[in-house]
Design a protein around this ligand. Structure first.
Ligand code: IPM
Ligand code: MN
Length: 353
């Protein structure tokens, strides 16, 4: 198969982890006789430095023309402590989500048997955890009306959702639940927020179309608690943009390292695949970051964007092998001499495909 992949490495450790995913994807392509056409494009602080804008039109055109986008990370510390910066790397990510219509962010959390004791949570709490948080990605407070008034002394951000926006996300949630353990949890704050009440009402109306799915409704604060107390009780969770941002960071450490969990963003145009972690600027250029989340995102890409399940399975199996044989970066090995470099893990994975 001929596969056109847009490669957006971005900032910080983005380029390093993307390099390893490219090695693995090329090895899989060789094994299964696919012809990969990579097109690199600028995004984030790297794009601001080069052309003054974090998601240039040229990058958008490359993404639109591709079969999938493989994305590294975005963000640079020089913008974080400058509240007056008008152009920020993160704006690139938000613009990209909006322009590509990526309304659903799929963020799984699962455990690896060989890493269960790396988790900050006790083994007996997390064993069997296999959940997916489906985060709405192009609405809510991230994209609502915002501004300042009273000479700048009052600031506001508003959270707006339409029934249609909720419906299209919830539909994916119901369908995903049908292909898994048939449980769906709608996470909201319907005891306080009007937008959450519309979420609940919309999802309740859809229940009749999916009679086999067992639906629960939980408040986000309680979910934050239950996620660390009993994560294996969840299957598919759906939620709005900001709640999903927070809960997916919380969930991502359950597996033992934030450097392990992949994600996809899907919607109207080309789908995008990226690690859950950020640009980790402290590690940039040091060849120490864990590339597995990006490599597993490439597996999701084969399965979801290209419908090539065997290729995805091969990637997941070589990742499991690297974990059980201790071919891991320092976040998992500890800072002892047994830690492998980012590039060494990538080489090992590609050689073992
Ligand atoms: C994420 C990130 C982004 C978000 C930032 C970088 C804008 O935290 O993908 O979760 O808040 O959505
Ligand atoms: Mn986040």
């Amino acid at each position: 198969m001929k596969l056109n992949i847009a490669l957006l490495a971005g900032d910080g450790i983005g380029p390093e982890v993307i390099d390893q995913a490219v090695k693995v994807v090329n090895a899989v392509a060789k094994k299964f006789n696919h012809d990969i056409n990579w097109t690199a494009a600028l995004t984030g602080a790297a794009a601001i430095d080069a052309v003054g804008e974090p998601y240039p039109d040229e990058t958008h055109e490359i993404c639109m023309a591709a079969d999938a986008v493989l994305f590294g990370a975005i963000g640079h510390p020089r913008f974080d402590n400058d509240p007056k910066a008008t152009v920020r790397p993160e704006q690139g990510l938000l613009k990209m989500r909006k322009k590509l219509g990526l309304f659903a962010n799929v963020r799984p959390t699962f455990t690896f048997p060989s890493l269960i004791d790396n988790s900050p949570l006790k083994r007996e709490r997390i064993e069997g955890t296999d959940l997916v948080i489906l985060r709405e990605l192009t609405g809510g407070i991230y994209f609502g009306e915002r501004g300042r008034k009273d000479n700048g002394d009052t600031a506001f951000d508003t959270c707006t959702y339409t029934r249609e926006e909720i419906k299209r996300l919830a539909k994916l949630g119901f369908e995903m639940a049908m292909s898994r353990r048939k449980k769906l949890c709608c996470v909201d704050k319907a005891n306080v927020l009007e937008s959450s009440r519309l979420w609940r009402e919309t999802v309740q109306d859809m229940e009749k179309d999916f009679p086999e799915v067992e639906v629960s409704y939980e408040f986000v604060d309680a979910v934050a608690m239950r996620l660390v107390q009993w994560p294996s009780s969840y299957d598919v969770m759906i939620t709005e943009n900001l709640f999903g941002d927070i809960l997916t960071d919380e969930a991502s450490v359950i597996s033992g390292s934030m450097g392990l969990m992949p994600s996809s963003s899907i919607g109207v145009h080309t789908s995008l695949f990226e690690p859950i972690h950020g640009s980790y600027p402290q590690a940039a250029g040091k060849d120490i970051a864990n590339p597995l989340a990006t490599v597993l995102s490439a597996a999701m890409m084969f399965e979801d964007a290209f419908n090539l399940k065997e290729e995805a399975a091969v990637i997941r199996s070589v990742v499991n092998k690297s974990l059980s044989e201790g071919v891991v970066t320092e976040d998992l090995a500890g800072k002892n001499n047994n830690a492998y470099k980012t590039s060494e893990v990538g080489d090992w994975l590609a050689a073992n495909i």
